[in-house]
Ligand binder design. Structure first.
Ligand code: IMP
Length: 208
């Protein structure tokens, strides 16, 4: 189906409570900001004491679906999950689905951003094109899943700039702008992000 097209086959969400199947605080804040204004009450998987499933998928979609499914089955409520990452063209799409893992167990994103910059230097290419990609999955307790994929294009800059946002935001300049997501007003980022793109599709297809 083309992006932006209304998916009349998708199941619509009639429940008003949603579990957010993420343990990443940055993502929780951004997803809650998208769904709460629509009247949904959100509970985080962490607050319900649900374990974080291992991300064994080989795509954003597979990982988003396994996280949403685990939370929906364990909680008995519809669950929304996001799997996302930074894909750098000259690095063959890395860090990609391993974006969180590049930061290591201490979640050291200064080190992860430096690793991206060093890897880009090593390529000897001038290509700085990158994308943030997001798969958003909504799973019902009966196992039915709807998944939507969004992205935002941009370029990698170095050194990192700005202390807003999270993860790789300080090295990502979205196309058409001259500041990084780390320097940008959060509302401006939320309006153009990969998560917002996926969310617009979810909204059109499943939410009222
Ligand atoms: P996962 O989806 O939990 O595997 O983690 C995705 C990782 O991608 C995050 O830990 C961040 O490093 C990165 N990421 C995803 N979305 C964003 C974003 O909006 N800004 C910056 N980094 C992001």
């Amino acid at each position: 189906m083309q992006k932006g097209q209304h998916n009349i086959m998708a199941r619509r969400l009639t429940e008003t409570e949603l579990v957010l199947a993420s343990h990443n605080k940055g993502k929780l804040v951004e997803i809650a900001a998208l769904v709460e204004p629509l009247g949904y009450k959100v509970i985080s998987a962490g607050d319900l004491g649900l374990p974080e499933p291992e991300e064994t998928g080989s795509t954003y979609r597979e990982n988003a679906e396994l996280k949403a499914k685990a939370a929906a089955l364990a909680s008995g409520k519809p669950a929304l999950s996001d799997d996302s990452g930074l894909s750098v063209s000259a690095l063959g799409g890395a860090p990609g689905i391993y974006s969180a893992r590049w930061a290591g167990p201490d979640k050291d994103f200064d080190a992860a951003m430096r690793r991206v910059a060093d890897a880009l230097l090593m390529t000897g290419q001038y290509d700085r094109d990158a994308k943030f990609i997001c798969a958003l999955s909504l799973c019902w307790p009966d196992g039915h899943i709807e998944t939507f994929e969004g992205q935002v294009s941009g370029t990698i800059c170095w050194p990192a700039r700005g202390d807003r946002g999270f993860g790789y935001d300080p090295i990502f300049i979205p196309t058409g702008h001259d500041i990084t997501f780390g320097e940008m007003d959060p509302d401006a980022k939320h309006a153009m992000s990969h998560r917002a793109d996926a969310f617009r599709q979810l909204l059109a297809a499943c939410l009222s």
